[in-house]
Design a protein around this ligand. Structure first.
Ligand SMILES: [Zn+2]
Length: 359
């Protein structure tokens, strides 16, 4: 007997339903066997007699947050789950540690979020993060030319990579040349993997776009300004941006806020991510990241969407990131109304992953 065999009914809250986050007041949300089995207004949904009831008047139900940029090895996974994040994507860690952990995280009873992982970051010999203070040995995988690209990508794919991470970070060492980068991208795409990059400045962004890199794992890291024209090119080429604003300060923060605002205004897809483990972000839904996304011009609904439905679509996660019947019961109860005040997203009251409460 596991908790997933039981039925839970959450009553009285406002539920943000569907990908469009439609508020349903005085909702009943029923979770059975890891899925949402009924959801609607209390007038329409009957509560099964055997259900454990959770009274949640004055609170809001949202889909579990998806953080598309973490280094989960820095924190106990249960702390991340307990604070509202039910799925994470780890963007660089030694493969012998992260892939087995990602495998374990698939079990619904795992006290932590579902973990998707990139494994090691592909980089030039001696390049970032091979000498980065935060990175345990094996966090980088050196690729010394186009011939090695397919071998490296094939290896991480076989180990369990859900995405390929590359680095173009000149301040921290040599970077991949154009031909090697292109070979990595085509080897990844041949294996149905997307490529995300730690991309430092404008020169590196152009190189990434030319090579077909799918995603920025951070908004640009320096102080370079992305023009509206370049933002439009990024959006037109379906590049996704995971901003990780909370790790920055000063001029770099100011530049990232402006760049994100222009990218979002151009219609670019923004997916929430904190770079948990590096400089500052706290485990769980990160208040500072949310506040800064608001400062960049995203509406409360856009911020929630970036961490739920848009993130799930981007990561290919079926039936997640949304409150609707049939979806995984990854559910977060928060105090207050996040559509009126996104700060409420930091006030997590209770979390369920696959219908099982986080402890
Ligand atoms: Zn990172």
């Amino acid at each position: 007997m596991t908790m997933s065999d039981s039925t839970t009914a959450i009553t009285g809250a406002t539920a943000l339903v569907g990908p469009e986050l439609r508020p349903v007041e005085n909702a009943v949300l029923i979770m059975t066997e890891g899925r949402i089995s009924a959801l609607g207004s209390s007038d329409d949904v009957a509560i099964p007699a055997e259900a454990q009831q959770v009274e949640a008047r004055g609170m809001t139900l949202i889909p579990g947050f998806i953080d598309a940029h973490v280094h989960i090895g820095f924190f106990p996974p249960r702390r991340v789950l307990r604070a509202g994040v039910t799925t994470v994507r780890d963007l660089a860690w030694p493969p012998e540690i992260i892939f087995p952990m990602a495998e374990r995280s698939k079990a619904p009873g795992f006290q932590g979020p579902l973990i998707l992982a990139a494994g090691p970051m592909l980089t030039a010999p001696g390049g970032y993060p091979t000498r980065a203070g935060w990175a345990p040995s094996g966090t980088g995988l050196e690729v010394s030319g186009p011939e090695e690209a397919a071998v490296a990508v094939g290896r991480v794919k076989e180990q369990g990579a859900e995405v390929v991470k590359i680095a173009l970070n000149p301040p921290a060492g040599p970077v991949l040349d154009e031909d090697t980068l292109k070979a990595i991208v085509s080897a990844a795409h041949e294996r149905a993997l997307e490529v995300t990059g730690h991309v430092y400045g404008l020169a590196e962004l152009r190189k990434a776009l030319d090579a077909g890199v799918d995603e920025l794992a951070h908004m640009l890291m320096g102080t370079d300004r992305i023009s509206p024209d370049l933002a439009a090119r990024m959006a037109a080429e379906h590049m996704t941006v995971v901003p990780t604003l909370a790790i920055r300060s000063g001029g770099e923060l100011k530049a990232a806020l402006g760049n994100l605002g222009r990218f979002a205004a151009a219609g670019g897809r923004v997916v929430y991510g904190t770079d948990l483990g590096n400089a500052g972000a706290s485990p769980g839904i990160d208040r500072r990241e949310i506040r800064l996304m608001g400062r960049a011009g995203l509406s409360p609904a856009q911020i929630i969407e970036s961490a739920t439905a848009a993130a799930a679509a981007h990561l290919g996660l079926k039936d997640r990131g949304v409150l609707e019947v049939g979806a995984h019961a990854d559910v977060v109860l928060i105090r207050g109304d996040p559509l009126a005040d996104p700060k409420a997203l930091g006030r997590v009251k209770k979390v369920w992953r696959a219908g099982i409460p986080a402890l």
